[in-house]
Design a protein around this ligand. Structure first.
Ligand code: SF4
Length: 591
């Protein structure tokens, strides 16, 4: 007999945060994350946050209110209470251009109102205060607002966002295909889109994307700066000219790799894979060729002035992000992150909205540290991360390796997750890769929001659970993120909606059995009740094509699915073993 005492089975729940269900439905006690702190200035620096693992960097006690333009005057008596519009006097005749400047003046803009409509847990005043504190941005170029842009926000007080990358390369794709991909990415939930074109009719493509998009568009302007020009010929005039041109076109945010400094390059030598950011590697080469500092860093104030005119937001690039697990959280990456903090402060002083870009490839255990270090060094400016991938050995499946890291990043501090598609490291994503990447990242962002207790984020999950419990297939698919795909997978085996599916069959269907136990509430929601089996509608040609591609059905079986709307349903006489009690074999056959 063991001497171990294993009889203590007491437990206590951790402190609870918000319930992510707006009706507090179900038996779940709510989020295990701390209660959110949505408040202006330093008081709100925790916002929605995971509980800090011991040893994690605490948030900065500074916000954008600590980096006001030098010509704004703090009124006497407000020295200890300066995080409000009433504390400041702008220069005579000052006209706000950027969302940050309006917020600093206490103005609620139409874009802030729209953001509050899209984030119902926030008021327009809270949106304004988050923008003023620098923890939220509304990337909305004034030119793009004149087209179809629907303003959205990126920040920890809002829901986690996802970005889809696209763009023509010298070897693949063109404007028409990119517009199609844009609409495709919007359909699958991309909150912003980055045009990373490096070839084709790049200028025309960018213009077309801006004019056709309802979501903010970001670019990495250095790509266009070196088209038809040798890298070594890149100079101040060409940099500023291209930024001005793209700002005028209506780009909402620019990735500028100004944080890669000459003195950081020594740290790259020991890396397994050097510099994997295109912008970072180009600028590193330029610095080595010219033996000069990064021109983006040197020109920072001029760049701010150009961007302010149109309210282009910064996405300060991480040119030294790690490209493999072995290079994560190294000196090069962290030295650059310190510079990104400095650039954030300088941009805020110029009235610019700022988010900061982050890695990349990061082992799972290092993700929280990376998120919380950025929160500290960049004073809560939104963090926009690529993945991160948590392992390197699954090329072809990097939407999955990175979606795991992105969930952790969203939970621990990132505000926007840049998708990774199955084509990452391998080629330019095609339409289906864009869909796979978007879906993987919608999963990551949504999972993070539920875990953080963002109000209302679990409502759709709860509704789908109720529909599933009631075996109400129509509602189940209606609430699914990808109804068509869920439907075709169901109908691949069973083209009747009845009180079980082909996974377990009738006799083993625990959901059906639970529903029949009268003491259980499960499956008895009146809204979702249904009383008979239904023949499903025929699958569309697109759905049938997907089934054919899956290669699990014979042409004959596919023919049967396609013909089921015909009066004679092509029914075989045999009755499947697991048929429903109240559906005959013709209707409920198991294929
Ligand atoms: S058969 Fe199995 S998988 Fe299908 S509804 Fe019932 S329990 Fe769920």
């Amino acid at each position: 007999m063991s001497n171990l005492n294993i009889t203590d089975r007491t437990y206590s729940l951790p402190p609870l945060g918000n319930n992510p269900s707006s009706q507090a439905q179900g038996t779940s006690p709510g989020s295990f994350s701390p209660l959110p702190k949505i408040a202006s200035g330093r008081a709100g620096r925790w916002t929605f946050a995971s509980a800090d693992t011991p040893g994690m960097p605490v948030p900065s006690d500074k916000t954008a209110w600590d980096f006001m333009p030098l010509d704004w005057v703090l009124k006497p008596g407000f020295e200890d209470n300066y995080e409000q519009a009433a504390a400041w006097e702008a220069p005579t005749g000052f006209q706000p251009i950027t969302q940050l400047e309006s917020a600093r003046l206490g103005v609620v803009t139409p874009e802030m109102k729209r953001v509050a409509e899209r984030e119902p847990h926030l008021t327009a005043e809270q949106v304004r205060d988050e923008v003023a504190s620098g923890r939220m941005i509304i990337p909305a170029n004034k030119v793009h607002l004149g087209y179809k842009l629907d303003p959205m926000c990126i920040g920890r007080a809002g829901k986690t966002k996802i970005n889809a990358n696209m763009g023509a390369s010298p070897v693949s794709s063109g404007t028409e295909e990119e517009i199609e991909k844009l609409h495709w990415a919007e359909k699958w939930g991309a909150d912003t889109v980055m045009d990373l074109s490096t070839g084709g009719t790049i200028d025309e493509c960018r213009q077309a994307i801006i004019q056709n998009s309802t979501v903010p568009i970001g670019t990495v302007p250095i790509y266009s700066m070196i088209i038809a020009r040798r890298l070594e010929d890149l100079d101040d005039a060409s940099i500023l000219q291209m930024l001005r041109h793209q700002a005028r076109q209506g780009v909402d945010y620019f990735t500028i790799h100004a944080g890669v400094l000459f003195e950081h390059l020594q740290y790259v030598k020991e890396r397994l894979i050097g510099i994997v950011s295109r912008g970072g590697s180009l600028l590193a080469k330029w610095m080595i060729l010219h033996k000069q500092q990064n021109p983006m860093y040197v020109l920072w104030d001029d760049i701010c002035d150009i961007m302010r005119e149109y309210d282009v937001s910064f996405s300060i690039g991480d040119g030294l992000r790690p490209g493999g697990l072995a290079d994560a959280t190294d000196r090069a990456q962290l030295a650059e992150l310190c510079t990104l903090g400095e650039l954030t402060e300088r941009a805020w002083r110029k009235g610019l909205q700022v988010m900061v870009e982050g890695p990349g490839h990061v082992p799972f255990d290092q993700i929280e540290f990376n998120m919380k270090l950025q929160r500290r060094l960049c004073h809560g400016a939104p963090f926009y991360v690529l993945g991160p991938l948590v392992t390197d050995i699954f090329p072809g499946y990097d939407h999955i390796t990175s979606c795991i890291g992105a969930t952790a990043a969203g939970f621990h501090g990132a505000s926007m997750l840049c998708y990774v598609t199955p084509k990452e490291h391998l080629g330019l994503p095609k339409k289906d890769d864009v869909k796979q990447g978007c879906i993987a990242y919608k999963i990551a962002a949504h999972a993070a929001d539920v875990a953080l207790g963002v109000p209302g984020t679990r409502d759709r999950d709860d509704e789908l659970t109720k529909a599933r419990a009631a075996l109400n297939w129509e509602k189940h698919f209606e609430l699914a993120f990808d109804p068509e795909f869920a439907r075709l997978l169901h109908d691949e085996d069973l083209d009747v909606d009845t009180d079980f599916c082909a996974m377990c069959g009738h006799d083993w269907c625990s959901v059906r059995i639970s529903k029949e136990i009268v003491e259980f509430a499960s499956g008895k929601t009146a809204d979702y009740a249904w009383d008979h089996a239904k023949q499903t509608a025929a699958l569309s040609p697109e759905q049938l094509a997907v089934l054919e591609k899956r290669g699990v059905l014979s042409p004959d079986e596919i023919h049967k699915l396609a013909s089921k709307t015909k009066k004679a349903v092509g029914a075989e006489a045999s009755k499947a073993d697991c048929h429903s009690d109240y559906v005959d074999g013709e209707q409920a056959r198991l294929r």
